[in-house]
Design a protein around this ligand. Structure first.
Ligand code: APR
Ligand code: PHB
Length: 389
């Protein structure tokens, strides 16, 4: 089997890259470890930057997103001193788009099917070979048979636990990590969202977030201990904790109901440098992880995909390898800015067990400054809606 670009990982990064390359007549094969149903069963954030929406439209996959998504022109931040609204439109004349990531992934799969592109599921033992040559290849097992995919380029879109990052020699990899001392307990409930926009809440009891998927499907989170498991949290315990952490007016109008999904996610910041090695290029979670506080996971994967897509266009159309040779530095410049913002939002909004009295005072002062200072609000809004590619 042979293709131009072998994409390892059939998540949002791999699928979006595959569709953009297809539009340019560049052939790809996607090797995915899980079944499609498993991939589409993942519940993940749905706040899209304009850059990602633009890439979906460029890939010809934006129709349902345009029809069914919601524009959010601002967000709410609550803290013990009160609650304030960040009006993105008034501050910077921009917005974010709310559309479930599961739906975005589904749209990309359906577009790939329509394009009759090859996506191989349930691939085991994916091994990257000869990545330092101009003829790399991937070995894998599918349906019990050993197979080989020859290619020009390997795009490592296989997430944090995939093999691509590990294919970069350990002595050449620099990995930066920060693990946070708490997790997010999230639920989905078939109830109307508590507000038209999101509410990020810093409370004495810990962080909470009120989000949504559509007018009848809400997504809520509360900060929890890393030792917790979802079984420790009955629905009643969850709703009580949420009500104690969000503004009183929101708590009073909150519509509760049975959770249809409940899970705990640990929070970490992680970056691998470089993001390329020979003919291997990492995109998305394969190269970096952010805490979800700034909704930057998928959106930073999108900017990686944008840079690699542009570099591959130049490589195939003009035989120009400049973009490929500078991909890692280009992508990392924006990756570190989203890392900073995600760390900032996490530090601003959570209760850290080891926070000193002084640190707590500084955190409160930062929130009070944000509540009253336009320049600070503009800076946060610019980062939240998405920095330019
Ligand atoms: N072989 C093949 N596929 C693999 C392997 C492997 N050994 N290991 C992992 N994968 C697949 C996973 O099953 C998954 O479908 O790679 C895919 C990686 O997808 P994501 O983890 O979703 O990462 P990415 O596509 O970069 O998405 C980035 O979007 O998923 C959200 O917010 C999330 O930050 C994340 C962002
Ligand atoms: C979500 O809707 O799941 C979501 C929204 C914003 C975030 C994180 C998660 O910052």
């Amino acid at each position: 089997m042979r293709t131009q670009v072998a994409i390892i990982g059939g998540g949002p990064s791999g699928l979006l890259l595959g569709q953009l390359l297809h539009k340019a007549g560049i052939d790809t094969v996607i090797l995915e470890r899980q079944s499609r149903a498993h991939v589409l069963g993942r519940i993940r954030a749905g706040v899209l930057e304009a850059g990602l929406v633009g890439l979906m439209n460029e890939a010809g996959v934006g129709a349902r997103l345009q029809r069914e998504s919601f524009l959010h022109h601002g967000t709410n931040i609550a803290y013990p001193g009160g609650v304030f609204h960040l009006d993105f439109k008034e501050l910077i004349d921009q917005h974010v788009t709310v559309y479930g990531q599961t739906e975005l992934t589904r749209d990309l799969y359906e577009a790939r099917d329509r394009s009759e592109l090859l996506t191989l599921h349930e691939c085991d033992g994916v091994t990257l070979c000869d990545i330092e040559t101009k003829n790399p290849f991937v070995e894998f097992v599918q349906d019990g048979k050993s197979k080989r995919l020859d290619c020009d380029i390997i795009a490592g879109c296989d997430g944090f636990h995939g093999p691509s990052r590990q294919a970069i020699p350990k002595a050449k990899r620099r990995e930066f990590e920060k693990v946070y001392p708490f997790g997010w307990l999230g639920i989905l409930s078939e109830t109307p969202p508590v507000d038209d926009e999101l509410i990020y809440a810093n409370s004495d009891k810990g962080f909470a977030l009120c989000s949504m998927r559509n007018p009848a499907l809400s997504r809520y989170y509360v900060q929890c201990d890393l030792s917790d498991s979802p079984d420790d949290w009955s629905d009643d315990r969850f709703w009580d904790a949420l009500k104690q952490r969000i503004p009183k007016a929101a708590a009073e109008r909150l519509v509760t109901g049975p959770s249809i999904e409940k899970s705990i996610a640990p929070l970490r910041s992680f970056v691998c440098e470089p993001m390329q090695w020979g003919r291997l290029f990492l995109c998305g979670d394969a190269a970096h992880i952010v805490p979800p506080t700034g909704a930057k996971g998928l959106n930073t994967a999108a900017s990686d995909v944008h840079y690699l897509w542009q570099a591959l266009l130049a490589f195939y159309e003009e035989h120009d390898e400049t973009g490929l040779n500078t991909y890692s530095d280009t992508a990392l410049r924006r990756v570190w800015k989203t890392q900073r913002f995600s760390w900032y939002m996490t530090r601003l909004l959570h209760h850290f067990p080891d926070l000193s009295e002084f640190d707590l005072k500084v955190q409160r002062a930062e929130l009070a400054h944000l509540a009253e200072n336009r320049a600070a609000q503009v800076a946060l809004a610019q980062n939240y809606v998405g920095l330019p590619y």
